[in-house]
Design a binder for this molecule. Structure first.
Ligand SMILES: C[S@@+](CC[C@H](N)C(=O)[O-])C[C@H]1O[C@@H](n2cnc3c(N)ncnc32)[C@H](O)[C@@H]1O
Length: 220
């Protein structure tokens, strides 16, 4: 899979691309990520990418020209172009599973007051990572890329994500590691029993209990 991220702040991605699972996925060639500064596409002499809003109002608006030219420089017939916007469809694990099947994603990060409305004519869809406002689309681009990359075959073990929260309309079961007793808090006896069938049954029960307590809305 290839992911192109269009942004005005490429340095924000340094840590993201150079640590842990994402770094290894890139090194193994399982994903290619390109960070493109759309300022380079500005046709203004001073490389300006934003301007004041027509009709007045506060803040600066990103101009359509540098963004659309940047999109068109990367776009192929099989590209999916995603505009990151608080007004988009709320992002879910289901959507991550759907996007994992794409060959090429172009993620467009806004900033300041957002984009010239006409940018919306040049994208495939609009995604929000939640009902709150961030300063820019860079964190949403990292959130979406991260959630997709870990689902790509060979990045993490399939079993790891098949039993996770949201995979079966349930939250995950509780997990414990050594020591058996931490400050008087004991690991459930069943997990020390070695009886794999009983452990699987207990975990399923705990998933249901956990979901009932924390996210009843997920239960179907
Ligand atoms: C300050 S926001 C602009 C908000 C815009 N004026 C509005 O009210 O819809 C700047 C940029 O950050 C990104 N952004 C902010 N919050 C986001 C969210 N919840 N999900 C996805 N992108 C977001 C978008 O790219 C947006 O264009």
């Amino acid at each position: 899979m290839k992911i192109d991220i269009l942004t005005l702040f490429p340095n924000m991605f340094e840590g993201f691309l150079n640590e842990s699972i994402i770094k290894r996925a890139i090194q193994k060639g399982l994903v290619e990520i390109n960070i493109i500064n759309f300022r380079e596409f500005s046709k203004r002499n001073n490389k300006q990418v934003d301007d004041t809003p027509y009709g007045g109002g506060s803040g600066m608006v990103l101009m359509a020209q540098p963004i659309v030219d940047a999109i068109e420089s990367r776009k192929k017939t099989d590209s999916k172009i995603i505009l990151l916007s608080p007004q988009g469809t709320p992002y879910t694990q289901q959507k991550a599973l759907e996007l994992k099947k794409e060959k090429h994603l172009i993620l467009v990060c806004g900033h300041y007051e957002g984009f010239d409305e006409r940018v919306r004519n040049f994208v495939s869809e609009e995604i929000s990572i939640g009902d709150y406002i961030l300063t820019g689309g860079e964190l949403p681009a990292m959130v979406i890329s991260d959630s997709i990359i870990r689902l790509i075959d060979g990045v993490i073990k399939k079993e790891s994500y098949e039993e996770e929260s949201f995979s079966n309309h349930l939250l995950d079961y509780p997990t414990f590691t050594k020591p058996e007793n931490f400050r008087g808090l004991q690991v459930p006896e069943i997990l020390l029993s070695g009886n794999h069938q009983k452990i699987a049954e207990w975990r399923k029960q705990e998933q249901i209990k956990n979901t009932m307590e924390k996210r009843k809305d997920l239960l179907k």
